[in-house]
Write a protein that binds this ligand. Structure first.
Ligand SMILES: Nc1nc2c(ncn2[C@@H]2O[C@H](COP(=O)(O)OP(=O)(O)OP(=O)(O)O)[C@@H](O)[C@H]2O)c(=O)[nH]1
Ligand SMILES: [Mg+2]
Length: 258
C-alpha cells in the first residue's frame, strides 16, 4: 500500500531524526511527511536535511507559526491527497508511538479491509508505560466521557496513532473540521463512523515521550470537554449531509476489533 506517515512537529529537535530513521527502517516502504510549525528549536532545519538525505522518501511541509495539531494534520492530509497516496498514517514525533507497529496498522488495513485503523491503548485493559497516573486517568476518563456522549464504538477515541485510507479523507469534509487538540482525533473518528466507514482497532503500548516537552494546554483540555457535546448536537446535520439517517451506527460501520 502506497502509505505516508504524517508527523506534526513543534520543538521535536531531539526526537525527529531518530524517529524518521526508525520509520524509514520499517518494512512497509512508507514515505514520511514532517509538518513543522516553525519550531524555535530548529526542528524544521533538521527536517530539511532529512529530506535531502532521503532519496525522495522524506518530505517536509513548513508552516509559519504554531497553529495546533489539527491544522498541521489537515495541511499534511491535503498535501498527501494531492500526491496520490493511498493511506495516511498519523504519528507523534516523540516516540510515544513505536514505529514497530507501522506494519500492524498497514496489515490491518489490508487484511481486515479497514478504512480506518486506530492504534488503541485501551483494547486490552490499559496499555500505557511511564505515564504519570494523573495522565493515564485523564486520558482514560476522557475516552469514557467521549464515548458516552458521542456513542463512538472505538475504545481509544483520542489516539493519535492511526491510519486512514484516502477514500475516508476524501469523503469527510476536512474543511469543516474545527477541533485542534486531542479532540481532532475524536471529531475525525466521529465523522468516519457516521459516514459508515469500517474502523478497526489494533492494540498498541503507548510510552511517555522520549525527549522534549508536552504541548498539552488548558485550551486543549477545554476543547476536549465541549467538543463531544458539540459533535452530538451536530450529528443530525452531519448525517443529513452524507445522506444517512440518524440513529445507531450502520451495520457495516465502526467498532470491529482487529
Ligand atoms: N506542527 C505542529 N505540531 C504540533 C503542535 N502541537 C503539538 N504538535 C506535535 O504533535 C504531536 C503530539 O503532540 P501533543 O498531542 O501535544 O502531545 P505531546 O506534546 O507529545 O504531549 P503528551 O500528550 O504529553 O505526549 C507531537 O509530535 C508534537 O510535536 C502544533 O501546534 N503544530
Ligand atoms: Mg506526546
Amino acid at each position: 500500500m502506497n502509505a505516508i506517515v504524517v508527523i506534526p512537529t513543534y520543538n521535536e529537535a531531539d526526537n525527529i531524526e531518530s524517529l524518521v530513521r526508525a520509520v524509514i527502517g520499517q518494512p512497509v516502504g512508507a514515505h514520511v511527511l514532517i509538518v513543522d510549525d516553525n519550531s524555535p528549536d530548529g526542528t524544521g532545519a533538521i527536517a530539511n536535511r532529512l529530506v535531502q538525505e532521503s532519496d525522495g522518501r522524506v518530505h517536509a511541509l513548513h508552516r509559519p507559526s504554531k497553529s495546533g495539531l489539527g491544522r498541521a494534520y489537515l495541511a499534511g492530509f491535503a498535501w498527501a491527497l494531492e500526491r496520490g497516496y493511498e493511506a495516511m498514517i498519523e504519528m507523534d514525533a516523540d516516540f510515544s508511538h513505536d514505529p514497530a507497529y507501522l506494519p500492524t496498522l498497514v496489515e490491518a488495513a489490508d487484511g481486515a479491509d479497514a478504512d480506518v485503523v486506530v492504534g488503541s491503548r485501551y483494547l486490552n485493559g490499559i496499555s500505557v508505560r511511564e505515564w504519570p497516573l494523573r495522565r493515564i486517568l485523564l486520558s482514560y476518563f476522557a475516552n469514557y466521557y467521549v464515548r458516552a456522549i458521542t456513542r463512538l464504538i472505538v475504545n481509544d477515541t483520542t489516539s493519535g496513532f492511526r491510519l486512514y485510507r484516502r477514500r475516508v479523507l476524501e469523503a469527510i469534509d476536512l474543511g469543516s473540521i474545527r477541533s485542534n487538540g486531542y479532540s481532532f482525533q475524536v471529531e475525525m473518528t466521529f465523522r468516519a463512523q457516521i459516514a459508515g466507514f469500517r474502523i478497526v482497532e489494533v492494540p498498541i503500548i503507548f510510552v511517555e515521550r522520549r525527549a522534549g516537552h508536552s504541548k498539552m494546554s488548558k485550551r486543549v483540555i477545554w476543547e476536549s470537554v465541549w467538543m463531544p457535546l458539540k459533535l452530538r448536537a451536530r450529528e443530525r446535520a452531519l448525517r443529513h449531509r452524507i445522506g444517512r439517517p440518524c440513529g445507531p451506527p450502520a451495520p457495516n460501520s465502526g467498532g470491529v476489533r482487529g
